[in-house]
Ligand binder design. Structure first.
Ligand code: BG6
Length: 455
């Protein structure tokens, strides 16, 4: 199967393109010096060719990119001023493609939806790949509509719904850990696991992204787009193979089983917004004081939801998904806490806590905490930690996802129904929030969140 030879980026002047996409391409091309890729930047604001070439160069430099493939991409890259919602201009854009093109939508969901509509009047070259950034739609209904429109343009295998978390080493290692050891999978169920936490607490604040973030908030930006997909990898059954059809089938099945804990989205969720504070000596204004923020939108910067996978394997095990900005500590991990042992032999002393497995997301590492007879008094239990680093991936997460796109292998992208299922859960929670059933709380930037939440 031929690879993609032209990557067309819609939304080329945006932050995502320069900060994440192009550096990801740079890493990928460094790793694959034989690849020949033409990058076409397209956007409304008129950048000239020189400015665009400089953007690509500085993004590649920031990723330490070098080698033949990088030089080739730099020499051949082009910029075409384009209104992504105009069929005529999209047609001209597609004419700039050589070989099989991938059209990457680095655009807000509303513009993406209009661009997809416009594409219906443009003849797409055979095998064209469509790659869509998160969020995919704005709710379950709009995601379903978008899926229908995409399906009338290309086949499901040509659609890549991007989630860069699926390219993170620790996340991919869930597969290796679970399915290549006999050690963990037999315990990976409600009989042995007491609770699971999937946490992505960041120290970063808004970083000038109000235009996007203020209408998304932590629930959509992180839990809908990323953490619920990670939950699916933790809860899914074993796939027969890592081929897209097999892997995405079990993952989608896992998402279908997800419900708010206790089937009550109000008691299963909490939300909060940061006020002014200090993080590592850095002064942050209150979220509502940030440029471009509209306080009346009540956008949360910290969200926590407790979910259940209603299945034989997981019923009764709480999965807490949490993510927030401007927190005092970076905590990014998947934590499985196992159950207590049924009986501790009399005479055993010391603190006996359940075993804990942690998969840390950046720096990617894993630790298993468990009890052993410690040195010294052999009847006193000590805690031991087994640690291993996953090390830097060959590519960064965006590079890994782009690698799938260029090879036209959608294993790491979401299947259409997976995106809709994620929205189904989030829509229920948002419903409870907009009905006023879950108060918007506050926490000082640099703290651990609202005091009474605990950890
Ligand atoms: C992005 C979110 O998808 O993921 C950001 O929009 C968030 O708000 C980021 O900071 C976190 O991922 P990473 O890999 O950059 O730590």
């Amino acid at each position: 199967m031929d690879d993609i030879s032209t990557l067309i980026i819609l939304g080329a002047t945006g932050d995502l393109t320069s900060r994440l996409l192009l550096p990801g391409v740079g890493r990928l091309l460094t790793d694959q010096p034989g690849r020949r890729l033409k990058i076409v930047g397209a956007d409304l604001p008129t950048k000239d060719q020189d400015e665009w070439s400089a953007t690509v160069k500085s993004a590649f430099d920031s990723a330490g990119a070098n080698g033949d493939a990088v030089e080739h991409a730099l020499t051949h890259t082009r910029y075409l001023p384009t209104d992504a919602t105009s069929p005529e201009q999209l047609r001209q854009l597609m004419e700039a493609a050589e070989g099989i093109p991938a059209l990457y939508f680095a655009l807000p969901p509303s513009v993406t939806a209009r661009a997809i509509n416009a594409l219906h009047d443009v003849g797409l070259p055979e095998h064209t790949v469509l790659a869509l950034e998160k969020p995919f739609g704005t709710d379950q209904q709009s995601a379903a509509d978008l899926n229908r429109k995409l399906a009338s343009l290309v086949t499901e295998e040509q659609i890549f719904r991007v989630d860069h978390f699926l390219g993170k080493s620790s996340v991919l290692n869930i597969l290796g850990l679970r399915f290549t050891n006999v050690l963990f999978e037999p315990l990976w169920n409600r009989d042995h696991v007491a609770k699971v936490e999937i946490v992505y607490d960041e120290q970063l604040g808004l970083e000038g992204r109000a235009g996007y973030y203020d209408s998304s908030g932590a629930l959509i930006d992180m839990i809908q787009s990323h953490l619920i997909q990670v939950m699916a990898l933790v809860t899914m059954e074993a796939p027969t193979s890592l081929e897209a059809a097999d892997l995405r089938a079990v993952k989608t099945e896992a998402l279908r089983a997800v419900r708010p804990w206790g089937s009550d989205p109000a008691t299963a969720s909490r939300r909060a917004r940061y006020t002014a504070g200090t993080i590592d000596g850095r002064q942050l204004p209150s979220y509502v004081e940030e440029e471009g923020v509209q306080a009346r939108r009540e956008t949360e910067t910290l969200a926590e939801v407790t979910l259940e996978s209603q299945s034989w394997r997981w019923a009764g095990v709480p999965f807490t998904l949490r993510s927030g900005k401007a927190l005092g500590e970076r905590r990014r991990e998947i934590v499985l806490t196992f159950r207590d042992v049924p009986h501790v032999p009399e005479g055993m002393q010391g603190m006996i806590s359940p075993a804990v497995l942690r998969l840390r997301l950046g720096p990617d590492s894993m630790s298993l905490e468990f009890n052993i007879n410690g040195p010294g008094d052999p009847y006193v239990i000590d805690r031991a930690h087994l640690m291993t680093e996953f090390g830097e991936g060959r590519l960064n997460p965006y590079g890994e996802v782009l690698n799938g796109i260029l090879q036209r292998d959608p294993s790491l992208s979401l299947r259409g129904e997976a995106a809709e299922q994620a929205w189904r859960v989030i829509d229920e929670i948002r419903g409870a929030w907009s009905n006023g059933r879950v108060p918007l709380e506050e926490y000082a930037a640099g703290s651990g969140g609202p005091e009474h939440w605990g950890k």
